[in-house]
Write a protein that binds this ligand. Structure first.
Ligand code: PRP
Ligand code: URA
Length: 208
């Protein structure tokens, strides 16, 4: 499936502030959370609703409702947790799992250090959260881990992605729909996305 890129003036405006190196931790966190909310809104466009009957102050009516309980958000630690606030505002009753991964600074390969997901994960629609899709190594490992647990329905929300690398993930997992706010230009020699926004985890947590 071809990646869905949010193409909207409001998103470009928010990305302009997010990318700016002068933007401080508080505003950076808020923007990551807000953009995640818009990504989640887009990712729910094909959501199946269950018809229920409600009563307005005027009359009874049939209307579609989401079974929020069948969704699970799975942020990739650390930076993915910055997106959690925003998506939870959209689907407050979704379950939450965590995948711990960091990129080895020399090989750029992901190292998995934690995995904890809600029970019955194989029956849920799983939405992976990670603001940066650079070499795609972390995304591929996270998708493969979840598939090895029987998960069949996966979406991936990222804020900034690198062009050729996102295609690798699309080719390897054509069933996983990726949503991103912007596909950038290229990766530099340290495998950072250019122009990008720098190190998402460090900017969210103020660690550098
Ligand atoms: C960042 C980012 C992704 C990964 C992307 O995490 O949040 O998880 O790098 O790179 P890739 O596509 O090349 O795998 P990082 O390793 O900096 O860990 P952190 O979130 O703990 O800061
Ligand atoms: N991880 C980040 O936080 N930023 C990048 O540009 C690449 C990987």
């Amino acid at each position: 499936m071809k990646t869905i890129e949010l193409n909207h003036p409001l998103i470009e405006h928010k990305l302009a502030i997010l990318r700016d190196k002068k933007t401080g931790t508080k505003e950076f966190r808020e923007l990551i959370s807000e953009i995640a909310m818009f990504l989640c809104y887009e990712a729910m466009r094909d959501a199946k609703l269950e018809t229920t009957e409600i009563e307005t102050p005027l009359e009874k009516m049939k209307i579609g409702k989401l079974d929020e309980d069948k969704y699970a958000f799975v942020p990739i630690l650390r930076a993915g947790t910055g997106m959690l606030d925003g998506v939870i505002r959209v689907i407050p009753n979704a379950k939450i799992g965590h995948i711990g991964m960091y990129r080895n600074e020399k090989t750029f390969e992901p190292v998995n250090y934690y995995f904890k997901v809600p029970k019955d994960i194989e029956h849920r629609e799983v939405i992976i959260l990670d603001p940066m899709l650079a070499t795609g190594g972390s995304a591929l490992d996270a998708i493969e881990l979840l598939k090895s647990k029987g998960v069949k329905n996966i979406k991936f929300l990222s804020i900034i992605a690198a062009p050729e690398e996102i295609e690798k993930v699309e080719e390897k997992h054509p069933d996983v729909q990726i949503y991103c706010a912007h596909i950038d230009d290229h990766l530099n020699e340290n495998k950072y996305i250019v122009p990008g926004l720098g190190d998402a985890g460090d900017r969210i947590f103020g660690t550098k």
